[in-house]
Design a binder for this molecule. Structure first.
Ligand code: HEM
Length: 233
């Protein structure tokens, strides 16, 4: 029985540090980095899920300021998720191929954390929509005159930040994929880079993007020089 310090007991470092392959088990030097970045990503995504449950609670309880604080935290965690992808830019295509063989059929698409992050926006939206109904106000009014609805505008923009960071993660991951496996490498289901590029165009809160189109269409029409010429008119 080892004598563990309180720090080790609390953080369960023994178990945590056993979750990576031992040096003699690694299929190549870079596998430790590959495994660590993925494991850390799962932890950050777990934290996002935990925070987003609190966000939903705040929206249900009419607490927009708390909602904004939570979204700000999630945004910072998402930035870490994006930034840490740069570590894998330092890996060679050859080492990735060696790791891929060890991975078997495993794919990032099976990431439980990412699957949750893809599903959560559709769960958050009804809570935000219900808050708008209780006020009562509409997205259109909030964006027409943000100063009249500063708290709701801040929540809406926090949701845009969350959405944008999911898109930014996908775009950054795609750059990593191009760098490691190239843009043309095929797979059974077509080119993975094409499928990933399609995913990177997905928007999670469509209404928050559509309201911009609607307002710019309207503002452009009412602009003295803008009629029929779009917003540059
Ligand atoms: C060497 C670096 C990496 C390469 C070459 C790579 C490659 C790929 C490829 C080719 C796909 C498409 C699906 C497939 O064919 O398996 C994919 C999907 C994915 N990978 Fe990675 N990946 C890397 C690093 C990471 C890291 C660090 C994460 C962190 C969690 C990650 C998470 C994901 C996720 C979540 C998907 C699904 C993406 C979506 O649906 O938009 N990958 N990856």
């Amino acid at each position: 029985m080892t004598n563990l310090t309180d720090y080790e007991k609390y953080l369960r470092t023994e178990e945590l540090l056993r979750l990576q392959k031992r040096p003699e088990e690694l299929c190549c030097h870079d596998e430790l980095q590959f495994q660590t970045v993925h494991q850390v990503a799962e932890l950050w995504m777990k934290l996002c899920e935990h925070e987003l449950a609190e966000l939903r609670e705040a929206l249900r309880k009419d607490q927009p300021i708390q909602a904004v604080r939570t979204l700000e935290r999630v945004r910072r965690v998402q930035q870490l998720l994006i930034d840490q992808l740069a570590l894998l830019d330092t890996m060679s295509p050859r080492d990735y191929m060696t790791i891929r063989n060890a991975l078997g059929r495993g794919s990032g698409q099976e990431s439980p954390g990412f699957r949750r992050l893809l599903a959560i926006p559709a769960e958050i939206w009804p809570d935000f929509a219900a808050l708008l109904e209780r006020r009562p106000t509409q997205l259109r009014d909030i964006y027409e005159d943000p100063r009249r609805h500063p708290d709701l505008f801040a929540v809406a923009e926090g949701l845009v930040d969350f959405d944008q960071a999911l898109q930014a993660w996908r775009a950054r991951h795609l750059l990593l994929v191009y760098r490691i496996i190239g843009a043309g490498t095929p797979s059974l289901k077509g080119k993975p880079s094409d499928l990933l590029a399609e995913g990177a165009r997905h928007r999670f809160f469509p209404a928050l993007w559509e309201v911009r189109d609607e307002l710019f269409a309207e503002w452009s029409r009412s602009h003295p020089h803008g009629a029929d010429r779009g917003y540059h008119g």
